[in-house]
Design a protein around this ligand. Structure first.
Ligand code: SAM
Length: 242
C-alpha cells in the first residue's frame, strides 16, 4: 500500500482505477471527514422525528474515515443507536484495511477495523457498521432502511458519475428530516440535489466551502437561492444517468 500523507498529517491512498485520491490532500483526510461530513451532519440533524436510532448511509466506505470518525466524534456524546450502512464494491480494498496506517485518533478502533476488514461488519457500544460489498446503486435500490444522514463522499462526478445523477439522488430512501453532506460545491451537483427537493446550504469551514443539503429548512443558515444561481448561470445543467 502506498500511503499518501495529507496536509493534516493523516494518510490516504490514490486510486489508479478512478485517477483520484480518496481524500483531498490539501484539506487532510481526517479533517475533511470531520468538517465536511460528521460535524455538520450532527449539528443540523433535526431530532424532531423522535429518532430512537439514526441511520447513516456512508457513500462509499473506501478507507472508512467517515464511519470511524462518526464513532470518534460521537462516542461518549450521544447514546442513540447509530447504524451505519456503507456500500463498497472493492473487496480487496476492505480486506487490506487492517494494514492501513490510520490516524492516532483511530488507534483505539483497531478491533473495529479488523472486524470490518475480515467480516464487513462490527458492533461497538451504540454503533453498528455494515459494509455492503455491492454496487451502491444496487444496494440503495434493494435496501428498505430509511436514512437520516447521507455522507455523499464518492469520487468526483466526472470520475464516478453514477453516484451523482438525478436518478441516483432520487433513489435515496430518506426519513422526513434528512441531511446530506458533501465536499462538492459544483453548481450542477447543487442543482441536481435542488431538483430532488433538497434545500441547499453552504458549509463554510474557515476559508473552505462544502455543501449541506436538507429535506427541511434550517433556521440558522441562509439557503442558497438556486433559481437565482440558474438565472445567473443559465448554462448550468443537472446531471442525469445516460
Ligand atoms: C472517494 S472514495 C470514499 C472515501 C471514503 N469516504 C473514505 O473515508 O475513505 C470512493 C469509494 O467509492 C467506491 N465506489 C465507487 N463507485 C462505487 C459504486 N458504484 N458502488 C460501490 N462503491 C463504489 C470506491 O471503490 C472508493 O472506495
Amino acid at each position: 500500500m502506498d500511503f499518501v500523507k495529507t496536509n493534516d498529517g493523516t494518510n490516504t491512498l490514490y486510486s489508479s482505477e478512478f485517477n483520484e485520491h480518496y481524500h483531498s490532500i490539501k484539506d487532510g483526510a481526517l479533517n475533511e471527514s470531520l468538517n465536511k461530513h460528521i460535524i455538520p451532519a450532527f449539528k443540523y440533524l433535526k431530532q424532531n422525528n423522535n429518532n430512537r436510532e439514526i441511520n447513516i448511509l456512508d457513500i462509499c466506505f473506501g478507507l472508512g474515515y467517515n464511519s470511524l470518525a462518526t464513532i470518534y466524534y460521537l462516542e461518549d456524546k450521544l447514546n442513540t443507536k447509530i447504524n451505519i450502512y456503507s456500500p463498497e464494491f472493492d473487496l480487496n480494498l476492505i480486506k487490506s484495511l487492517k494494514n492501513f496506517e490510520y490516524p492516532k485518533e483511530f488507534e483505539k478502533y483497531k478491533n473495529i477495523i479488523n472486524n470490518i476488514s475480515d467480516n464487513l461488519k462490527t458492533t461497538y457500544k451504540n454503533f453498528t457498521i455494515k459494509v455492503i460489498n455491492k454496487d451502491a446503486r444496487e444496494f440503495i435500490n434493494s435496501c428498505e432502511v430509511k436514512f437520516d444522514i447521507i455522507y455523499q463522499d464518492a469520487f468526483s462526478s466526472s470520475k464516478n458519475p453514477t453516484l451523482w445523477s438525478y436518478e441516483y439522488f432520487k433513489s435515496l430512501k430518506l426519513k422526513e428530516s434528512a441531511i446530506l453532506t458533501t465536499y462538492s460545491i459544483a453548481t450542477p451537483i447543487r442543482l441536481t440535489l435542488f431538483n430532488n427537493n433538497f434545500h441547499i446550504y453552504e458549509n463554510l469551514i474557515s476559508t473552505k466551502k462544502a455543501t449541506i443539503a436538507t429535506t427541511f429548512k434550517l433556521d440558522d443558515l441562509n439557503e442558497i437561492d438556486m433559481n437565482l444561481k440558474l438565472k445567473r448561470n443559465p448554462n448550468a445543467k443537472m446531471l442525469f444517468d445516460n
